[in-house]
Ligand binder design. Structure first.
Ligand code: FES
Length: 157
């Protein structure tokens, strides 16, 4: 079965009328929660707000109105490309480093709650791997040093 993908889900519900249609927006949030161990990852709410050009506070207000919707607490999101071309550029080394330094596996939250982590699919920057996404933005040719910088300072020097 094909893996669930937030960007595809956003596109799907956008065609269905979101964010203007609140029903479509709520259906997206429900699906998001279902696909993520029954919680809404807050970094994904940020991404939805960004992609749909609505305020994050608008989405938060909707989530509050529906008690069945529940938010998690990690403020950042790290995704490492698990695609075959990044694998050739040794993405496995990066994944091992993340697991050892931040004590987190794909689908989990880092030791100090700083970021949620996932190994995702191809980011379509195959020639420049290994690639990661930090809060929705793709960074190429990632190594341990740059990654720590991003996680600790939120940006590269
Ligand atoms: S395989 Fe990593 S970006 Fe395509």
């Amino acid at each position: 079965m094909k893996k669930w993908d937030l960007y595809e889900a956003i596109e799907y519900y956008r065609k269905d009328g979101a964010p203007q249609s609140q029903d479509a927006l709520i259906a997206l949030l429900r699906e998001l929660q279902e696909e993520n161990d029954d919680v809404l990852p807050s970094y994904m709410i940020k991404m939805i707000a960004d992609k749909m050009e609505v305020k994050e506070s608008f989405l938060m207000a909707i989530i509050k109105r529906y008690p069945s919707l529940r938010l998690d607490s990690a403020p950042n999101y790290l995704e490492v490309c698990g695609g075959p071309n990044c694998a050739k550029n040794n993405s496995a080394k990066l994944m091992r480093f993340i697991m050892e330094k931040y004590k987190v596996e794909s689908g989990g939250i880092s030791e100090k709650g700083k970021f949620a982590y996932k190994i995702g699919g191809c980011m379509k920057h195959c020639g420049k791997g290994p690639n990661i996404r930090w809060n929705g933005e793709v960074y190429n040719k990632m190594d341990e040093k740059k990654l720590v910088q991003l996680i600790e300072n939120g940006k590269l020097e």
